[in-house]
Design a binder for this molecule. Structure first.
Ligand code: ADP
Ligand code: MG
Length: 262
């Protein structure tokens, strides 16, 4: 592997300011971070600390006021090496499940004849085999979010960006999807940059957690997570383990401190 590809995401001195003069808001200030290939990095922090802004920089949807964003060795740009999943599935209601994924495949340049097989395999991967012909509004919220994950994977991104993807789901569905995404990332080896404000979710999913504070948005702490990623481990046992409780408590304490930091 080249040194370039070992660093999947590099943000260097990112500052994003909205507006001008007295009403200007500094969304994030001088944020630098590196995500190595294969890492599952979680950004946590209170609402308004700039988590979404940082993901938008990596996705190439937003330009920094200063600083640079590099993905897989090239300046961050839309569709270049990244796929994104938002809090809401944002599917096209006038297309079928398969049609939504087919649209992403078409944009990625996959020939029409190859799309049905690719759609089927992507849906299998997120546990939705056989649903290609369904209407998106016939699916539950959790199923719709699975379609959104399949759509994000359609372009075979090296880096998967997820912005509070489970925040709108009920607790049980959320747990299931957490476990599925954890297993999916481990099996695909995809690099993930994931945003949440849940300490539990961060510890369960992340290999490393970056804690942010607001006003201005910045990274104030980093926690390494060494929970097993062995797919044979029972997720319920993992959640019930003393190690999990310890890490979650430690992170929650750091997050509380960060939230009150000036
Ligand atoms: P988070 O995702 O952590 O909740 P955001 O990145 O959405 O935070 O926002 C960070 C800060 O930037 C907030 O104060 C927010 O109000 C502000 N902000 C975000 N987007 C815009 C925008 N397009 N125009 C003005 N202010 C914005
Ligand atoms: Mg946000």
């Amino acid at each position: 592997m080249s040194p370039q590809s070992e660093e999947a995401v590099v943000l260097d001195g990112i500052t994003v300011r909205y507006g001008k003069g007295g009403s200007a808001v500094t969304a994030v200030e001088d944020v630098s971070l590196t995500v190595r290939a294969g890492e599952f990095v979680v950004l946590v922090g209170p609402s308004g600390c700039g988590k979404t802004t940082l993901l938008r920089i990596v996705a190439g949807f937003e330009r920094a006021t200063s600083g640079t964003g590099v993905v897989q060795g090239a300046p961050a740009a839309p569709g270049r090496g990244t796929g994104i999943v938002f809090q809401q599935p944002r599917l096209f209601p006038w297309r079928t499940v398969g049609g939504n994924i087919g649209f992403a495949l078409a944009r990625h340049g996959v020939p029409r004849a190859e799309r049905p097989a690719r759609i089927a395999s992507l849906l299998d991967r997120v546990g939705l085999g056989g649903t290609a012909g369904r209407r998106t509004w016939e699916l539950s919220g959790g199923q719709q979010q699975r379609v959104a994950i399949a759509r994000a994977l359609a372009a075979e991104p090296q880096v998967l960006l997820m912005d509070e993807p489970f925040a709108a789901l009920d607790a049980l569905t959320r747990e299931r999807l957490q476990e599925e995404v954890r297993a999916l990332a481990a099996s695909l080896g995809t690099t993930v940059l994931f945003v949440t404000h849940s300490a539990e979710e961060a510890v369960l999913l992340g290999t490393r957690v970056l804690v942010m504070a607001a006003d201005p948005g910045r990274i104030v702490a980093e926690v390494d997570v060494d929970l097993t990623r062995d797919s044979a481990t029972d997720p319920a046992a993992l959640r019930g383990s003393a190690e999990f409780a310890r890490l979650r408590g430690e992170l929650a304490d750091i997050m509380r401190e960060a939230a009150t930091a000036a």
